[in-house]
Write a protein that binds this ligand. Structure first.
Ligand code: HEM
Ligand code: FES
Length: 378
């Protein structure tokens, strides 16, 4: 999406991403197969394959879940995010092959319908035999199917971004079901604690990264709130950025010099993140939240005159917050002023797509005496 970006095109980067993904999965399956044959020669081919595909899917799901928080902690991971949906569809396919092998091997030989048989009980015997672990896998697979089937931008556009996003948040339910599936499955079928320990390590990694990234973001937001509470609206000059004051007035957000050319500074105003962009001698501010998948617009840059989201390249005009035609996405804009080398932003967002006059940097001559510390809305 965007002037220079068409989401359905297969560019070099996408091909490289997919080649690494497929190559990685194929290598994993081959290594798993060889090691199983060498270390456990009595394991049949069917069981070896179902384990290889099941663990490959579960491992890939961990990687997918870790990419988001890793990108929040370090933008160097952003390239992993670009085609994360391809990884999601691959993961679903691996899980489906695993489930098909299980059904063919354990459930297709009796009188009961093979799918119903999955719910009837475990064919495996062991110490924790009471817990029916296979239905957990079944419901997880159903969620992964829903996500894979709606992963294309066609569904994003037709379902609307919030519905699509909520649907894809179900991945955390699928993950929880799979943790139960693998833990109880391994406890029933395996004498060795390897699967249980590996699952616990994976859970700690996924939770740890999410908590670390969430804590860091909350830290930024609460620092904003603290400064807002402490701010004296009559004395904004003395408060370091980002800082805020009265809701009905412009707020001293940052110094013009703090914003790199064609990039943004993100500030938190009345609980909302605002991306303030500097470009071609002008300043404009828009909501930091991309309409595609809530990517951080303020971490992107201006490309061909448009704010370009760092996650998948959606673009927005900085003065209107609207995507260039024929695209229809829009984000809220904010009124801005510049004075004495500082940027003032009105904290009330304009409706998405509303044009606002960019502030001209040259008009903010440092020689002009600083009159009001809080500018009123014009
Ligand atoms: C209808 C859906 C599913 C069924 C009926 C099912 C059934 C099973 C069974 C019977 C086992 C024990 C296999 C054995 O060791 O003999 C197992 C293990 C496992 N499953 Fe599933 N499963 C399903 C879906 C999934 C999905 C979607 C994933 C991952 C995305 C998954 C990941 C695993 C893993 C990692 C193991 C442990 C390794 C193994 O023993 O194969 N399963 N599953
Ligand atoms: S382009 Fe996907 S989140 Fe912005």
């Amino acid at each position: 999406m965007g002037i220079a970006y068409v989401s359905v095109q297969w560019n070099r980067q996408k091909k490289f991403y997919d080649a690494v993904l497929i190559g990685g999965v194929a290598t994993y399956l081959a290594v798993f197969g060889v090691l199983t044959k060498v270390l456990f020669p009595l394991v049949t081919d069917e069981i070896m394959l179902m384990r290889a595909f099941g663990t490959a899917a579960f491992l890939l799901l961990h990687i997918i879940l870790c990419i988001g928080p890793l990108c929040r902690l370090n933008p160097k991971f952003l390239p992993l995010l670009y085609n994360r949906r391809h990884a999601g569809v691959t993961m679903f396919t691996l899980g489906l092959v695993h489930a098909a092998l299980v059904v063919l091997t354990y459930h297709a030989g009796g009188d009961t319908n093979p799918i119903l048989s999955v719910f009837k009980g475990s064919p495996l015997n062991g110490s924790v035999s009471g817990v029916p672990f296979q239905p957990f896998g079944f419901f997880a697979l159903a969620i992964l199917f829903l996500m894979a089937a709606t992963s294309h931008d066609f569904w994003l556009a037709n379902l609307s971004a919030p519905v699509w996003k909520s649907l894809h948040m179900l991945v955390y339910i699928a993950y929880s079901l799979l943790v139960l599936h693998v833990t109880f499955g391994a406890l029933q079928g395996e004498g060795s604690p390897v699967y249980v320990v590996a699952t616990a390590l994976g859970l700690v990694t996924v939770l740890g990264l999410h908590i670390t990234a969430g804590t860091r973001e909350r830290g930024v937001d609460s620092e904003c709130s603290r400064r807002r509470e402490e701010a004296d609206p009559q004395d904004h000059q003395t408060i370091p950025p980002p800082h805020v004051g009265c809701l009905d007035q412009f707020i001293d957000a940052c110094a013009i010099a703090d914003i790199p050319e064609n990039r943004a500074r993100i500030v938190c105003l009345s609980g909302e993140r605002v991306a303030i962009f500097k470009y071609e001698g002008k300043i404009s501010a828009v909501s930091n939240v991309c309409q595609h998948q809530n990517g951080p617009l303020g971490e992107g840059k201006i490309v061909f005159g448009c704010i370009t989201c760092p996650w998948h390249g959606y673009q927005y005009q900085p003065d209107t917050g609207a995507s260039p035609p024929p695209f229809v996405e829009k984000v809220p804009t904010f009124n801005v002023r510049v004075k004495n080398g500082r940027v003032y932003v009105h904290p009330r967002p304009n409706p998405a797509g509303t044009r606002t006059e960019p502030a001209i940097i040259s008009a903010a001559s440092p020689s002009v005496p600083f009159v009001p510390s809080v500018l009123s809305v014009s």
